[in-house]
Write a protein that binds this ligand. Structure first.
Ligand SMILES: NC(=O)c1ccc[n+]([C@@H]2O[C@H](COP(=O)([O-])OP(=O)(O)OC[C@H]3O[C@@H](n4cnc5c(N)ncnc54)[C@H](OP(=O)(O)O)[C@@H]3O)[C@@H](O)[C@H]2O)c1
Length: 285
């Protein structure tokens, strides 16, 4: 057990998508450093189990679980009101919840894509608007937005997902500039393909990307956490992912898109590994 950092006593982080993958690992890292937790996702039981376990282990002052489907337009305002009405001040906001969908855009389901745009773009924008205004009044705060390596390039066969992540990186970098004379920082974390539920849920578990080398969520979250604490604007997690995003800045966009297309095609003859980390998950988004 790590001793709670005195300077974080009384501070609170709100993490969306805290029931799985990176979000769950973020919760562990913040709790280790003594942050109180507000966990948001649709999986109440999973979050409660995690929150009480971390509260117990790290003697946190308070933990709070908010059950919300963040693909609904009303959800960000509801989450904000629930948290602020409970008298909780959010010192750190982690916009992590996200999902993708796989296939040729002319064949994929538009309603699902609209839900993904809400979840990956509109919800983090609205949560940022609401909590940032409070941070601005206090002239203090930190925001971590989970983008992706695909924020840097087109994503054939996951066109909408890639576009949402390009938005998040651009949005984050613009806010960093706007907030340069304040004590508020915005950090974009860009992970590569990782060993979470993401590919399965997106219907992309059969692709080369999902069956190639994968980053471990604990390592990705640690990279994001450290960059956030250092007030960095952007962190690409992992050496190969750094190399890929650097190369993307040099080669023509069409070449990057073709390389991504290859990664998103079927891994022929591969025994598709079950990358499932648990047996309880939602598939809607
Ligand atoms: N894994 C990768 O390869 C990869 C790479 C780059 C970026 N990312 C990004 O990393 C972030 C986290 O994904 P992950 O890889 O950790 O995937 P994950 O294991 O599938 O976890 C996704 C998290 O988002 C939550 N979520 C999904 N839909 C939601 C909804 N409608 N309402 C509320 N919460 C919802 C899930 O909670 P519930 O299902 O319990 O609601 C879960 O906690 C996402 O933004 C993703 O785009 C992932």
């Amino acid at each position: 057990m790590k001793a709670m950092k005195e300077e974080n006593k009384g501070k609170t982080v709100l993490i969306t998508g805290a029931s799985n993958g990176f979000g769950l690992e973020f919760a562990r890292l913040f709790a280790e450093d003594g942050y109180n937790l507000v966990l948001v996702s649709r999986s109440t039981d999973r979050m409660k189990k995690l929150a009480y376990e971390l509260q117990d282990r790290h003697q946190l002052e308070h933990v709070c679980v908010v059950t919300s489907d963040l693909a609904r337009a009303e959800s960000p305002r509801e989450v904000y009101e629930e948290v602020t009405k409970s008298g909780i001040q959010v010192d750190v906001l982690v916009n992590n919840a996200g999902a993708g969908t796989y296939g040729f855009f002319y064949e994929t389901d538009l309603e699902r894509e609209k839900a993904i745009i809400q979840l990956n773009v509109t919800t983090p924008v609205e949560l940022t608007k609401l909590f940032l205004q409070d941070m601005k009044r206090r002239n203090e705060g930190k925001i971590l937005n989970v983008a992706s390596v695909v924020s840097h390039m087109a994503s054939p066969l996951m066109a909408i997902y890639g576009a949402t992540k390009a938005f998040i990186l651009s949005f984050s970098e613009a806010l960093t500039n706007e907030l340069q004379d304040t004590n508020i920082t915005v950090t974009a974390l860009c992970p590569g393909a990782s060993n979470t539920m993401f590919f399965r849920r997106a219907g992309a578990a059969h692709t080369k990307a999902a069956n190639g080398p994968l980053s471990e969520p604990a390592e990705v979250a640690k990279d994001g956490y450290e960059a956030l604490m250092n007030g960095e604007t952007k962190i690409v997690s992992g050496f190969m992912n750094k190399a890929q995003t650097t190369a993307t800045g040099i080669v023509p966009d069409s070449v990057s898109a073709a390389a991504m297309r290859k990664m998103m095609e079927e891994e022929e003859g591969a025994e598709h590994q079950e990358r499932r980390r648990d047996d309880e998950y939602h598939v809607e988004t």
